[in-house]
Design a binder for this molecule. Structure first.
Ligand code: GLN
Length: 510
């Protein structure tokens, strides 16, 4: 815990945290140490973790990175937080995100953008290999092309070595400086992904509505697991789209994700959408890859896919085939409607969820008290950013009586079709689907921040979004580094409530 707190100071520039709770973590760590002395340990004793700032934490600011909740101190813990703490974990802080989880870059936050630690690690390693001095000011701002210009190359083998080494990241002692441009962390749970990737903690909670755990995990080179809808409790997770939101897990390895999942899963009386059948903790067994059938959805060969991602995808399919698995092409024909369907459903639920922030009962209250209407308008105008306001407007439009059938009901029907695509594929003996997580490696901030929020979501969430529509589990696993020194990750999608089977395959594949 102490090492991780020291590490946090060195990577502050990445802006992963909205609130640091180091003093609380230290107390929790001493309590763990005391338990250890009496041999009455808890399963997660002393494990440093971080939690996305849209999970309620008792007496600790929970802001959703929004002015609306800037000073909100929840009177209770979200069930996921309660379970982490009851199992002995130490909470290092709350992590940065896009306001209310609306975004895929972690750049739309009142606390400013989160920065991806890559290709910083890559640069350090390249310098070391080339016998140059680590930690010099010059080295921190060097990019891959600058290194190449100096004749510094890295083999594919040494690149994946770097990726594995980051699992020891808390031992790194250099300060991180990002310079004037950097790669985005992905989002909306970018702070949690960066906290794990930069060595500040070993596990973190995020929330995944359309890809918000898997997308940043993919860009930051860590494992990002979205369990089956209904397996983990949403009680105390401030909602974005209730029917799609799932608490998700970031870790350095698949095995760590399975450990956290085992301690977090199960029915919760406070969340009626959690399933009531008993949840069994399981160790990940060794499996025979020969018995597996891996599906490759043909619709996921979208035009914007990068060469690096495509190569990694082919390589992974070959890997399964060489190990004896059956690899077949499958079709998920309604994939193309997922983004537009999401944009209707998301806005409708957002319009409804955000109605509570009126500046009177909940959230920021403006000074303007000329009339109740003006007070509400002024509070919401300052409290929400443009993205949130835009979605509220769109949602209220879709929900107007004359539009309800045309948009909301139609989107619900399309959602059913998207979900049925997955069921059909799985009923034909396919065990797992193998796809990219994102179409490209992490984009540069300077480029990404020029795009509008809708375009970003349409481009970023194509492979992750349909999974939420179907409620099935999926995990993003880093597989290699690109030429530019950025993580390249792939997604494995499993069957509803077969979360452990999915993680078992992911562990083999890792
Ligand atoms: N990018 C999507 C959005 O902006 C999904 C976000 C999420 O999964 N929380 O709504």
């Amino acid at each position: 815990c102490e090492k991780c707190i020291a590490r946090a100071a060195r990577v502050k520039e990445l802006n992963a945290f909205t609130t640091e709770t180091h003093n609380i973590a230290k107390k929790q760590a001493s309590a763990s140490a005391e338990r250890q002395a009496t041999h009455a340990t808890l399963p997660l004793d002393g494990v440093p973790v971080a939690v996305k700032d849209n999970f309620c934490t008792k007496g600790i600011r929970t802001t959703c990175a929004s002015h609306m909740l800037e000073s909100f101190l929840p009177p209770y813990n979200a069930t996921m937080v309660e379970k982490l703490l009851n199992n002995g974990a130490c909470l290092l802080g709350k992590t940065n995100l896009d306001e209310f989880g609306m975004g895929c870059g972690s750049i739309d936050s009142i606390y400013g953008p989160v920065r991806n630690p890559w290709n910083y690690h890559f640069v350090c390693q390249s310098l070391e290999e080339a016998g140059l001095q680590l930690g010099s000011k010059e080295s921190h701002s060097m990019t891959y092309s600058q290194l190449k210009a100096r004749g510094i190359h890295m083999s594919a083998q040494s690149r994946s070595k770097v990726l594995r080494q980051t699992r020891e990241a808390e031992k790194m002692t250099e300060d991180v400086h990002c310079g004037s441009d950097w790669y985005i962390a992905g989002g909306s749970s970018g702070g949690s992904a960066v906290a794990v990737a930069s060595g500040v903690c070993f596990g973190a909670l995020g929330s995944d509505t359309g890809g918000s755990v898997r997308n940043p995990a993919s860009y930051c080179g860590v494992v990002g697991f979205k369990p089956t809808y209904g397996r983990l409790s949403r009680h105390g997770l401030i909602p974005l789209v209730n029917s799609l939101d799932v608490p998700g897990i970031f870790t350095r390895t698949v095995e760590d994700a399975a450990i956290l999942f085992n301690h977090l899963g199960g029915h919760d009386v406070n969340d009626s959408t959690t399933v009531s059948d008993p949840f069994h903790k399981q160790d990940l067994p060794d499996i025979s890859i020969k018995d597996l059938c891996i599906g490759i959805p043909k619709e996921y060969h979208s035009p914007g896919i990068s060469e690096e991602i495509l190569n990694a995808w082919k390589w992974a399919a070959d890997l399964f085939e060489k190990a004896g698995a059956k690899v077949i092409q499958v079709s998920l024909p309604h994939t193309q409607y997922s983004i537009v369907c999401y944009s209707v459903l998301c806005c409708c639920e957002v319009a409804s969820n955000m109605a509570r922030y009126d500046g009177i009962e909940f959230g920021y209250r403006a000074e303007n008290n000329e009339s109740t209407e003006e007070l509400i308008a002024a509070s919401r105008h300052y409290g929400f950013n443009d993205v949130v306001q835009g979605r509220i407007f769109a949602g209220n439009y879709f929900l107007l009586r004359q539009n309800y059938e045309k948009y909301f009901m139609k989107a619900q029907k399309v959602r059913r079709l998207i979900s049925e695509d997955f069921q059909k594929v799985y009923s034909k003996k396919v065990d797992i689907l193998l796809t990219p997580t994102t179409p490209t490696e992490a984009p540069l901030y300077s480029w990404f921040s020029e795009q509008d929020n809708r375009t970003r979501t349409a481009e970023q969430d194509v492979y992750t979004q349909p999974v939420n529509m179907a409620g099935v589990p999926a995990v993003s696993v880093p597989v290699r580094l690109s030429q530019a020194g950025l993580p390249v990750s792939l997604q494995l999608i499993g069957q509803s409530f077969k979360d452990h089977d999915l993680l078992t395959v992911a562990k083999w594949f890792e």
